[in-house]
Design a protein. Structure first.
Length: 264
């Protein structure tokens, strides 16, 4: 494994979720799933010592943006300039996704402590997400790809699948990382849904899914009656939803329609 660590890894910082990839085959599979093409704009979140970056650097992209919170690694990457390479030292949770111009492919072995809020933001705030490939905790991967009626299906599943189709690329054990995490990891691929299938008013959908999945064992009519004084159960039946249904049984499309109807 020649290029797997561009830099000598400093002591891994737990607070930044640092578990560095040490298995080059895994890194290659992530790059394959990203389907890089000539002229791409590619962002890597959390490049760290550069296992994935090492395979991205030689590709014929137009732009490669590395977003890293750890100043040590951001400086290491900045010290190896290339035309079109930009290094941003900062918190991905505070990144202005709206300002990304053009289509972007985004990849990252995400810090597990911020992965869910980060993906939540990326799918709805990035104006033109072409594709994304993220390494996450396996349990989060299960939620990202969950179907209605399963115990993994929740607010994160509905929200993410309202913007992108999701599929699991592969699952790997702790030995692929240094230091090894306590859990298995999964690589998940996001492909954007056509514009007309995405929520017209994301803020309405966000409100509804958060409300519903805080009380997933309750019936929808109970949850909505309690939260919305003017709620009428006919709103549910008009959309083909039984008032007794629990949130976890609704499809992503039903959540979308319900959000638009309830909060219009
Ligand atoms: N890509 C490297 C690899 O696969 O070996 C490192 C992956 S490590 C799991 C997560 C990386 O994200 C670390 O480099 C860490 O410093 C960085 N990171 C943690 N929190 C971050 C945040 N909020 N914004 C940007 N980068 C962050």
């Amino acid at each position: 494994m020649s290029d797997i660590n561009l830099f000598t890894a400093a002591r891994a910082k737990k607070s930044l979720g640092q578990h560095f990839l040490r298995d080059e085959r895994v890194v290659q599979r992530i790059v394959e799933l990203l389907r890089p093409e000539e002229g791409d704009r590619i962002m890597e979140i959390g490049p760290g010592p550069g296992a994935l970056t090492a395979l991205l650097r030689p590709l014929p992209w137009q732009k490669l943006l590395l977003l890293e919170k750890d100043d040590h690694y951001a400086a290491e990457h900045a010290a190896r300039p290339l035309p079109g390479l930009e290094v941003v030292a900062g918190d991905a949770l505070a990144y202005p996704w709206e300002q990304l111009e053009g289509a972007w492919k985004i990849a990252g072995n995400l810090p597990y402590n911020v992965a869910s809020p980060l993906m939540w933001d990326i799918v709805w705030r990035t104006p033109n997400l072409a594709r994304a490939v993220f390494m996450v905790q396996k349990e989060v991967g299960d939620r990202l790809t969950a179907r209605p009626g399963t115990k993994e299906y929740g607010a994160l599943s509905v929200w993410i699948q309202s913007f992108v189709s999701t599929r699991k690329g592969f699952v790997i054990g702790p030995a692929a990382f240094s230091p090894p995490p306590k859990v298995d990891s999964a690589v998940v691929v996001f492909e954007p849904l056509p514009e007309e299938r995405r929520p017209e008013h994301p803020e309405k959908l966000s409100r509804l899914v958060k409300l519903c999945f805080q009380q997933r064992r309750k019936q929808l009519q109970g949850i909505l009656r309690h939260a919305l004084p003017n709620f009428d159960a006919a709103t549910l039946t008009s959309l083909g939803i039984a008032p007794e249904q629990r949130p976890e049984t609704l499809t992503v499309e039903q959540f979308g329609k319900l959000a638009e109807t309830l909060f219009s």
